[in-house]
Design a protein around this ligand. Structure first.
Ligand SMILES: Nc1ncnc2c1ncn2[C@@H]1O[C@H](COP(=O)(O)OP(=O)(O)O)[C@@H](O)[C@H]1O
Ligand SMILES: [Mg+2]
Length: 376
């Protein structure tokens, strides 16, 4: 394999904590740095790990230090096992991977406090030790230390891979939270969170039907949008705040919803309203902060929610909407590819953040490098 030494492996579990996305990526063309997806899969968290993550990530959870430390290591081990399983499937030896870029699992994202921080678990020393591969992790800290939001971090990849010299495009990541990257020809890249994509939909369906997500938005389709609730959701002042901005389940959770919920509303109507809220808040963000957008390319798990994609298309009659598959990258693995890309940038001594996106004082090298153990 001529370019075997140029393989990188990206790992992330997003705010949905729906599983560990792993992507094995080559960069065959050194000059453009365009990624080529070689293998990818989402691995379920083993045992009770997902439940532990969600419990500790709850906004009100007081985190016991012992539980935190153990979760950090257990998550790191699960990430390492995901990397090794993907390499096994792809028939690639760990020695052929130059680095892993691991985002880890976010437990808290508080970019706006007196001491702003973003906290991910998934001990990268454990990943490096178990896989034998140099691991770059903790990508958000340097940007936050430089006054940035530490998020979103994917716009740099989106700009490198998806920008068009003529067409004003946006990339819309529909994870737990929705993020928009705005790629206007000849202008600085911007990007920000627009609010919830799936996190409220997931939380509500889990509470009422006991399933982790509303497959294809079928339950939402069975309900009626409640205009009063929709208006109350859309009135959240954060939505109108200009970028840079980022958010998470610290804000958009069932307590947030409960504070707006009218009495006696049917659960399916709430789901229909939450889906409309996701589509409408994205449309409002595009109208306010990216009105020149002519194409939107979606990625993230939300692309599998047909009702959500239909609601988005209805919001944007004059904008072409499809997924990043149309631009050559599997929408389920754009984020994991992004962390492989960021690991490569870090090892190449290149900044990973875009100050025009995060609000940081300047470009920064992102991520701490955990060296591979010596080969025996
Ligand atoms: N078939 C589907 N129908 C509806 N929603 C889906 C489907 N598949 C995935 N999703 C949604 O996508 C989410 C996962 O998307 P992902 O991009 O991995 O988010 P995150 O980055 O937050 O982990 C799930 O939690 C779920 O809400
Ligand atoms: Mg996910």
């Amino acid at each position: 394999m001529a370019d075997a030494a140029a393989l990188y492996l990206g790992l992330i579990s997003g705010t949905s904590a729906d599983g560990i996305d792993a992507a094995l990526v080559a960069f065959p063309d050194e000059s453009t740095g365009r990624p080529q997806l070689r293998a990818a899969r989402t691995f379920a968290y083993p045992g009770t790990l997902r439940r532990q993550v969600l419990a500790l990530a709850a906004a009100t959870a007081a985190i016991p230090l012992d539980g935190f430390g153990e979760l950090d290591v257990a998550t790191g081990a699960a990430f390492a096992d995901a990397a090794l399983a993907l390499l096994g499937e792809a028939g690639v030896a760990p020695a052929h991977v130059r680095a892993i870029g691991s985002h880890g699992q976010t437990l808290r994202h508080r970019p706006d406090g007196r001491h702003p921080f973003s906290l991910q678990v998934g001990d990268a020393a454990v990943i490096a030790e178990r896989t034998g591969i140099t691991t770059v992790a903790d990508f958000r800290r340097a940007d936050i230390a430089a006054g940035g939001q530490g998020a979103p971090l994917l716009p740099a990849l989106h700009a490198a891979v998806f920008a068009d010299p003529v067409i004003p495009r946006a990339v819309l990541n529909l994870g737990g939270i929705a993020n928009l990257t705005v790629l206007l020809p000849g202008e600085a890249v911007t990007g920000f969170d627009t609010g919830p994509a799936n996190c409220l939909l997931d939380a509500w369906v889990e509470r009422h039907l006991g399933t982790p997500h509303d497959a294809d938005g079928a339950w939402a389709r069975s309900g009626q949008v409640h205009e009063g609730l929709l208006d109350r959701c859309l009135a959240d002042r954060w939505l109108a705040t200009p970028p840079p901005k980022s958010s998470g389940r610290e804000v958009f959770n069932l307590d947030w919803l409960q504070a707006r919920l009218p009495a006696g509303i049917a659960p399916a109507d709430v789901q229909a309203t939450l889906l409309a809220f996701t589509a409408r808040s994205i449309a409002a963000a595009v109208a306010s902060f990216a009105p020149a957008t002519r194409e939107i390319h979606a990625c993230g798990g939300g692309v599998h929610n047909g009702a959500l994609m239909a609601a988005l298309r209805a919001e944007f009659p004059r904008v072409h909407i499809d997924t990043t598959a149309a631009l050559g990258l599997d929408p389920d693995f754009v984020e994991a590819v992004g962390f492989a890309w960021l690991a490569r940038a870090r090892l190449g001594g290149l900044p990973g953040n875009l100050p025009s996106v995060t609000g940081a004082r300047g470009p920064r090298l992102l991520g701490a490098i955990h060296a591979a153990p010596p080969r025996r």
